[in-house]
Design a protein around this ligand. Structure first.
Ligand SMILES: C[S@@+](CC[C@H](N)C(=O)[O-])C[C@H]1O[C@@H](n2cnc3c(N)ncnc32)[C@H](O)[C@@H]1O
Length: 179
């Protein structure tokens, strides 16, 4: 997901900073946005060990504390399932990227198989309460395109570490450009 990134990167919903160790040296700065104070504290510790400069900042995806066109890339890793307003979050990512900037994403998504998508819809009454606001049934790939990004490369795959996670096993990983 992070391979080949360069310049200034905004990581949205950085959590405990699990991605930080994997940024390539061509990245000059990561601004890591995380709303949850405990995770932010963990991310700050992780930032000290990161191979590139990382600044951890409080904020939300729906109102990014960043200027228009100020980043070369935005990263979302398992975040667009949980943000309360996905459309707003993608509009914000689009706003803070320069023209030609990249959105790198890794997300679990709505199944392409109608029966499995139906199961994802059915568990959505409880799933967000178990998983910190996570929705199993979002068609995030479509939402990325609808927000004005051009998806240039992506891969769909199944990742199911245990049976209980079956509703969130369809994943996508890839990159999209802001025209
Ligand atoms: C499953 S965790 C993923 C964390 C990290 N990106 C990773 O890959 O390990 C989801 C993250 O989204 C964050 N999040 C939830 N709502 C958010 C919002 N409105 N804006 C930004 N981040 C949000 C959570 O606090 C949490 O850190």
């Amino acid at each position: 997901m992070l391979s080949g990134l360069t310049g200034r990167v905004i990581e949205i919903g950085a959590g405990s900073g699990l991605c930080f160790a994997h940024y390539p040296a061509s990245v000059t700065e990561v601004v890591a946005i995380e709303p949850e104070p405990h995770l932010r504290q963990l991310a700050e510790l992780e930032a000290q060990r990161a191979p590139v400069p990382v600044r951890v900042v409080a904020g939300t995806a729906e109102k990014l504390p960043a200027d228009d066109g100020s980043f070369d890339a935005a990263v979302v890793s398992l975040v667009l399932c949980s943000v309360p307003d996905q459309r707003r979050a993608l509009t914000e990512a689009h706003r803070v990227l320069r023209s030609g900037g990249q959105l790198r994403f890794y997300e679990h998504v709505r199944s392409e198989e109608p029966r499995r998508a139906g199961l994802q819809d059915r568990v959505d009454w409880i799933w967000p309460h178990l998983g910190g606001g996570c929705h199993a049934n979002r068609d995030t790939g479509a939402a990325i395109s609808e927000a004005g990004f051009c998806i240039e490369r992506y891969r769909r795959f199944e990742f199911r570490p245990c049976t209980v996670l079956a509703p969130v096993s369809p994943h996508i990983i890839g990159e999209a450009a802001r025209p």
